[in-house]
Design a protein around this ligand. Sequence first.
Ligand code: GUN
Ligand code: FE
Length: 446
Amino acid sequence: MTDFSVEANRFQTPDASTLQAGRVVIAVAGGEIIAVAPADTAAAAELRTQSPDHIDLGPDTVLIPGLIDLHIHAPQWQQLGTALDLPVQDWLQTYTFPLEARFTDTAMAEVVYRDLVATLLAHGTTTAVYFASVHEPATVVLAETCAAAGQRAFVGRVAMDHPEATPDWYRDADAATGVLASARSIDAVRAIDAGRGLVEPIITPRFLPACTDQLLSGLGELAETTGTLVQTHCSESDWHHAHALERFGTTDTSALDRFGLLRNRTVLAHGNHITDADIALIADRGAVIGHCPVSNAYFANAVLPVPELLAAGARVGLGTDIGAGVRPGVLQQCHEAVTMSRLRRDGVHAGLSSTERGAPTAAIDTTTAFWLATAGGAEALDLALGVLEPGYRFDAVAIDLDHRHGVIRRHTDLDDDERLFEKVVRLAQTSDIERVWVDGRTVHHR
Ligand code: GUN
Ligand code: FE
């Protein structure tokens, strides 16, 4: 029995090079899309009449799949847009660890996380993969906040114990303590939303420099015994990449693999300095690169080779990062992923000849970027999300094409579907986003 149906101009990218646009009726029951029919068909007429609640979004709105953000530092919300003047290793010590350490205060965490989750939903982020802080109670607060707001989320307590790369006032006391805290946090997060399954735990070693070998192997074992997803940072910057080479005599990716952390669906944030062998290993293990283009411009010292990753069959999605990423919202990152790929293609040093300057096949377009943010990210995590088709969950975002307070303007004499799609991807702000659903429930209404 249908709960409701939505009629709208649907934009979706079932693969990295295909844009589908067209008016459809989508029937939803129990959060799942049970039928889709082109709006001018008899099947659509039937879906309309069968639905107790038929929502016609009208000709001035498009419906896109919910956006998937693979990398968010929740306790960095308060430094958004600031503190980007240092290299990542100094940025962590100077700004970020002191800020994250404040989340011993769970009352403060409640206020900050409520605002963060509501803001991300207003940007159309229907699935969020979060780094919380080292604190177990504040991690639970984040998971509870996502569950209450109705956001699909993976929530990870950050594990970090290395005395050389972390301050004594913000780290796990030792490896055993860190592994136990992460194990308890998995159970605590699982217990929150057991019925609906929207919120899940994720094992979160911060990155190799912040973790001792004992902590890394303990968390690898925990991932194996509990079957819990893993996330970490990988080869983000020259400094981070060199750390692994010096400490382990091998790359970050292969060291993570030795510790049992490079698993199916392990989310590796950034990954800018991975080698061809790393790409092959990531593809082989089914791990996922969470590409954060804006953050990379500040911290990574290089642009991620997205076409090379996709050609090798590696899984890739997009992330905002938040603290290092300047702005919330995944559409912005789609635009920036395109921009950074163009800079990589052309190169940036005008003193070199144009043939030496760039990487000719590096560019991606808005269709590929949007796919990364939707179906690509969903496939990366094996979630039935990312397209609005039967059998998928109804996570969706309605975007106004001509709202007077919005940024998008429609010129009916000029705009075809391709142009409208580019405007949605490049321009949409919260003021253009009318309504957001997760699992068939309205979670935001402008
Ligand atoms: N590497 C380790 N921790 C962090 C973090 O919080 N942000 C970024 N961008 N890189 C990191
Ligand atoms: Fe990060």
